[in-house]
Design a protein around this ligand. Structure first.
Ligand SMILES: [Zn+2]
Ligand SMILES: [Zn+2]
Length: 355
């Protein structure tokens, strides 16, 4: 099977796109079943790695990380049944491999992360979008901007079968009777509007998304075309018919930031992380995603340092300020510690060079 240019499995199928088993299955069993999407992604077409070689590669990479750099991170344990790594066998992507594989890099004229609102956002959702822009700037140390909102569905496509489908009665949630095809949005809406200065162009919507054969997806991205589309609607309790609780707003923002750094990471050529608990871990469900940290591990972070020529001290300073401003206390504390340790790593590396 030729590799697909769409990273379906993740953005979509993987991480975020937890997919619910087909409507048929849900009907037969009378309950909502979560199941893993069958991936059509490129990495999954790879032969299964030999477990001994897989472990050896992990150990080899751990041995390259100095203790100060590893402090504060957790090595990825063996997966439990149902988790991403128990389902898919992805080859490890060490830094050297990343350097060979990464294709998209910011250039002088094409370095902005552009967020494209698709359809209406209420005031709270607009604030999340604004925060995502600030987060993109801090995390990737690149300029970011929010485009003028685009009408959605686009004019003339309101009834287009390739774009919209009605959810079967009995599976609808209050206020949500239709879903939009993420493939169609990439092909017919985003690709032709890709701004000249955009290194990546991310459509963000409060509408529910799907791709063929899946009940829904959190998003879908195309690596080589530098476009992606993501729905935030399932990150808010209202979608699930739940009352607001304390902390739900921070949780929704954390999820939005996680999808942003994970999917943008993919666009910059990062594969799923198998080394540490890390935002680049693959995920089969929202629960698995929620259990992953928001930060990148030392391996993934060094990929950004290489690919984006990123200044790590400035990055952690900006992220610390962002987390403090948005009440993300755990991440703020983690980032402060990490910055101190990182300075030690820099000092150790400088001392080695002088030897
Ligand atoms: Zn992914
Ligand atoms: Zn990682």
């Amino acid at each position: 099977m030729p590799p697909s240019p769409l990273e379906r499995k993740h953005s979509f199928k993987d991480r975020i796109l937890t997919c619910v088993a087909g409507f048929g299955a849900a009907l037969v069993l009378g309950v909502v079943i979560f199941s893993v999407a069958k991936s059509r992604g490129e990495e999954n077409a790879a032969p299964l790695p030999d477990p001994a070689a897989f472990q050896k590669e992990k150990e080899r990479v751990y041995a390259t990380i100095v203790p100060d750099d590893e402090a504060g991170f957790v090595r990825k344990p063996s997966p439990k049944a149902g988790e991403w790594l128990a389902t898919y066998n992805e080859p490890p992507q060490a830094l050297e491999k990343y350097k060979q594989q990464a294709k998209v890099k910011p250039t002088k004229d094409r370095r902005t992360i552009v967020l494209q609102p698709l359809g209406a956002f209420n005031d709270e959702q607009k604030k999340v979008l604004e925060a995502m822009k600030d987060y993109a700037e801090a995390f990737f140390q690149l300029p970011a901007r929010i485009e003028e909102p685009m009408a959605f569905p686009p004019k003339g496509m309101e009834e287009d079968d390739a774009l919209v489908r009605m959810i079967p009665i009995g599976h609808r949630r209050a206020g949500y009777d239709r879903q939009y095809n993420a493939d169609t949005i990439l092909e017919k809406v985003l690709k032709k509007n890709l701004p000249k200065d955009a290194v990546v162009y991310l459509g963000i919507t409060m509408q529910d998304l799907y791709v063929e054969q899946l009940n829904y997806v959190f998003g879908l991205g195309s690596f080589d075309k530098r476009v992606g589309v993501y729905s935030l609607v399932r990150y808010f309790p209202e979608f699930w018919g739940n009352e607001r609780k304390d902390g739900d707003d921070v949780l929704a923002l954390t999820r939005a930031c996680k999808v942003l750094n994970h999917e943008t990471g993919h666009m910059f050529g990062l594969k799923h992380c198998i080394f540490y608990k890390c935002s680049m871990n693959g995920s089969n469900s929202l629960a698995e995603t929620d259990a992953e940290p928001l930060h990148y591990c030392p391996v993934c972070h060094r990929k950004l340092m290489w690919g984006l020529e990123l200044d790590t001290v400035k990055c952690y300073e900006d992220l610390g300020a962002f987390y403090a401003q948005h009440g993300m206390k755990e991440e703020a504390a983690w980032t402060k510690d990490r910055l101190e340790r990182w300075k030690k790593v820099l000092a150790t590396e400088a001392a080695k060079k002088d030897e």
